[in-house]
Design a protein around this ligand. Structure first.
Ligand SMILES: [Zn+2]
Length: 121
């Protein structure tokens, strides 16, 4: 079982990570006003020269893939925080085993134990 103190540490890290990711997303994406936790990447506008347009497309594609990575990270963090609230934090979502603290300390949003994680890869 995780101690109250460990859960407190995990929660603090999750909240810090959450605001970091939100800040990163905020630099290039806009919060979706309809879907909670969703972000939209606007198409950048550098100008109308052919070179500008090619650069816009490249930047847009990079932003979209960054947006997706950051968003899925945010989802994981949100779920971990919910689990802290309902007292199920630290259990593997696949086999219900406890996730070792050594793993959660490094990656508090982890939802699988190491065995299940390795099997899923
Ligand atoms: Zn597991």
């Amino acid at each position: 079982m995780l101690t109250e103190e460990q859960i407190g540490i995990a929660k603090k890290k999750l909240l810090e990570e959450k605001s970091k990711i939100e800040a990163q997303l905020g630099k290039f994406a806009q919060k979706d006003s309809v879907v909670e936790g969703n972000y939209k990447t606007p198409f950048p506008d550098f100008g109308n020269e052919t070179d500008d347009n090619a650069q816009e497309v490249t930047e847009y594609e990079q932003n979209i893939s960054r947006e997706h990575d950051l968003e899925s990270e945010l989802l994981l963090i949100g779920r971990a925080l919910e689990k802290i609230d309902n007292g199920t934090y630290g259990q593997c979502e696949n086999c219900d085993q406890e996730i070792p603290w050594e793993r959660l300390e490094i990656r508090p949003q982890a939802k699988l134990c190491i065995d299940c994680k390795e099997k899923s890869e």
